[in-house]
Design a protein around this ligand. Structure first.
Ligand code: SF4
Length: 384
């Protein structure tokens, strides 16, 4: 099991002493915890979209269509803090983009104040970054951050070039992207050495499914404490990419379980395999995932315990599922109220199942739309 307990002198980015270590038995982002505690889904997690700028244009980017070259002014932080103050059961704040660290203005005027706010409130934080910018800006952020979440889908600089700049619309020299690739690895390693919890996320897709073990090995070598793995779903830029079969996805997950470093936390999310499956082989995989040491399957926070707030428009989204538009706006609504509206929405109700024996609270909307259109999960139960 992972634990962070190095002294501050050698681990300047370690969390405050006395804070419970994030590990496979303590994942405050998992909506199953609040469901168990309150008996229904509650808002415990807020994600802030803090920029639409990015230095990359990944072929699979789930928010690719919203990336821009110029940024509008953000809503005053006072209003954002007021809305966060009102979230009664807030446990985690995530910040995402774009690349949140692309502009130093965002680092200084948004990211660091939000992280300091979270620390004073005892709330855990995550920053979704590609960590390809200069190390100095990550060094400013790291002392106040809980989880640096990076995307990592590569085995070499050529993969990074092919995947990360596919949608730039102009020629980007491989020599330049190779430097960024090296910087990303170096930054991750330095942050991890400083005691920061670095979590690398890979997606299982047509490019990665047959080299996921090599990707895992590099992630371990970078010093990441967690490897997070999700299938790729056809959202935004990814919608034009080839899909892999459920069998290929199944095999990739099994391969990872067979070849992983058992000391590193493996977190799987948005898998299309459930304990209620009529397919016995899939049920066996679900059981194995539940029983292996240092392996967890996180229920998807989107629409369960989390909302996303766009800090420029104030719009609140409950899921990245394309057909669910903004559900409210922080200019005139409390986040708990927006969430309560969503909780009763027919789309949420359609996948609102819960099997305590499997610690499962159902598929997210993307999974159910892609694989289970005909299935009513509210009528299914985990099979022992
Ligand atoms: S909670 Fe839903 S998806 Fe999970 S095992 Fe039960 S019925 Fe299946």
């Amino acid at each position: 099991m992972q634990a962070i307990s190095q002294p501050a002198a050698v681990a300047p980015f370690a969390p405050p002493s006395g804070w419970r270590a994030l590990n496979p038995s303590y994942d405050p982002w998992d909506p199953i915890r609040s469901l168990q505690r309150f008996g229904r889904h509650e808002l415990t997690s807020v994600e802030l979209t803090v920029t639409h700028l990015c230095n990359m244009r990944c072929e699979h980017c789930a928010v690719g269509d919203s990336l821009t070259m110029k940024e509008a002014p953000n809503i005053p932080l006072e209003l954002i803090f007021k809305r966060l103050d009102e979230v009664e059961h807030l446990e985690t704040i995530s910040m995402t983009g774009g690349e949140p660290t692309f502009s130093m203005d965002t680092v200084r005027n948004v990211i660091i104040p939000v992280l300091k706010y979270a620390r004073t409130r005892g709330v855990r934080t995550q920053l979704n970054s590609n960590v390809t910018m200069d190390y100095e800006r990550y060094e400013l952020i790291a002392p106040f951050l809980d989880v640096m979440h990076i995307s990592f889908n590569y085995t070499e600089a050529a993969d990074f070039h092919q995947v990360g700049f596919a949608r730039t619309g102009r020629e980007v020299k491989p020599a330049a992207t190779a430097k960024m690739y090296e910087r990303m690895i170096e930054n991750s390693r330095k942050l991890a050495e400083g005691g920061l919890f670095v979590s690398a996320e890979s997606m299982i897709n047509f490019r990665t499914y047959n080299k996921i073990s090599d990707i895992h090995r590099i992630i371990v070598e970078m010093g990441c404490l967690r490897h997070e793995v999700h299938p790729m779903y056809p959202s935004s830029f990814a919608s034009g990419l080839p899909a892999i079969t459920r069998k290929q996805m199944f095999e990739a997950v099994e391969t990872l379980l067979n070849t992983r470093d058992p000391n590193v936390w493996m977190l799987f999310g948005t898998l299309p395999f459930f304990a209620c499956s009529e397919n016995e082989v899939e049920r066996r995989l679900v059981k194995r995932l539940r029983e292996e040491t240092n392996v967890t399957v996180r229920n998807d926070p989107d629409g369960r315990n989390r909302v996303n707030v766009n800090i420029f428009s104030g719009d609140v989204y409950v899921t990245d599922f394309a057909s669910v538009p903004s559900f409210g706006n922080i200019h005139n609504e409390k986040l708990d109220d927006v969430f309560a509206k969503w909780r009763e929405h027919p789309m949420q109700q359609a996948v609102n199942c819960h099997c305590p024996s499997a610690s499962c609270c159902g598929p997210n909307l993307l999974v159910s739309d892609m694989y289970y259109r005909e299935v009513d999960f509210t009528k299914r139960l985990a099979i022992p």
